[in-house]
Write a protein that binds this ligand. Structure first.
Ligand code: AMP
Ligand code: MG
Length: 336
């Protein structure tokens, strides 16, 4: 049945395809996550992510992931009232797979289409699962690193990486060390046996840089520094930089909650550092449910549901992918 803006209860399907993961989630308008199916492309040993390989993976896997999500929710495609998709930012060939599929579903099933900003979806699934109301958000993933807070209708970026994302830096260093993909969890595992050696700590105002660390790690590998020491130092250095900037954002905004989201949010050392800082300030610290910290369809479905509830829809004309779409360009109509 086609949904109307007046419809109080509805079911939203969300498609995620910005980068490595193709995911389909289904949520109710009340925030109940009914299904979340996904598959992550894993490059071979020593290989990086090639956008064409990723988009091919997404195209091939899409039908079975949609079927798994519908089965998981116990629904048919006809039960879905709204179709949401990751409109950006991301890799164009990957974004196009999800966008084309969502347009097709919208047309064939005559249901509204909602284009979702991927970082905003990470934030909203964090809020849904962790429960904070008005936090400073530390968003750490493979493609993005931002310190964000809501102010006057938008999620404003208070600080961000000047070059590579922290998750990307972890993945590149892991590849150098011959670890399997994704690199972040492997670095966390190896770091347990390591000790600290000095590494580039680069904070400029509210922004950070991680590429110097990657170059430095490359040199250390050739000098024979142990992988454990490199991994330990990477966590301590990068996470201290992120914690410093988050603390300043809390002080600046007078907010009393910090929320950690994105794939890197699963890292226990990152959580610990942020928690210690928050405790010292008397602030609350929350982390997205680890089931939904990485890219997934559920986060797109929930952000789409919030946008739709507040009257947003995306016309076919406006459904073109936005590979460089920034977090602070979105009107957060559902918080007004
Ligand atoms: P996303 O792009 O949000 O799906 O997040 C994926 C990124 O999170 C990749 O760069 C992973 O290496 C990273 N990641 C996942 N788990 C961990 C972890 N435990 N520690 C550090 N990074 C992680
Ligand atoms: Mg992401």
């Amino acid at each position: 049945m086609a949904a109307s803006a007046e419809k109080k209860r509805f079911v939203c399907m969300g498609i995620e395809s910005t980068a490595h993961t193709f995911g389909v989630g289904i949520v109710g308008s009340d925030g109940k996550i009914l299904a979340d199916a996904r598959d992550m492309f894993r490059p071979g040993p020593g290989k990086g992510m090639v956008p064409r390989d990723l988009s091919e993976h997404h195209t091939m896997i899409a039908p079975s992931i949609i079927a798994t999500a519908l089965n998981g929710a116990g629904l048919e495609m006809d039960d879905v009232d709204v179709i949401a998709f990751s409109q950006g930012p991301g890799l164009p060939p990957c974004l196009n797979v999800g966008a084309a599929l969502a347009r097709y579903i919208s047309i064939v099933h005559n249901i509204p289409l909602v284009g979702v900003n991927h970082p905003v979806a990470h934030i909203e699934i964090g809020k849904l699962t962790a429960g904070p109301t008005d936090p400073v958000i530390l968003y750490l993933s493979g493609g993005n690193t931002q310190i964000i807070a809501y102010a006057e209708g938008r999620y404003r970026i208070f600080g961000e990486t000047l070059d590579v994302a922290v998750g990307n830096a972890f993945d590149v260093v892991a590849r150098m060390l011959g670890l399997r993909s994704p690199g972040g969890p492997e670095i966390e595992r190896l770091a347990k046996g390591g000790s600290y050696i000095e590494a580039p700590y680069v904070v400029k105002g509210m922004d950070m840089s991680f590429s110097g660390f990657v170059t430095d790690a490359k040199r250390k590998v050739t000098e024979g520094v142990t992988p454990a020491d490199i991994c330990f130092s990477m966590q301590e250095t990068c996470f201290a930089m992120l914690t410093e900037v988050t603390e300043r954002a809390l002080a600046h905004t007078n907010k009393t909650e910090a929320l950690l989201v994105g794939g890197v949010a699963a890292n226990k050392r990152m959580q610990e550092m942020l928690r210690t800082m928050c405790e010292e300030r008397g602030a609350r610290m929350e982390v997205v449910d680890s089931k939904y910290s990485g890219d997934c369809g559920a986060m797109i479905a929930w952000a789409g549901a919030l946008a739709y509830k507040s009257g947003q829809k995306t016309s076919l004309r406006n459904s073109v992918i936005l590979p460089k779409w920034r977090t602070d360009e979105i009107e957060v109509t559902w918080l007004r």
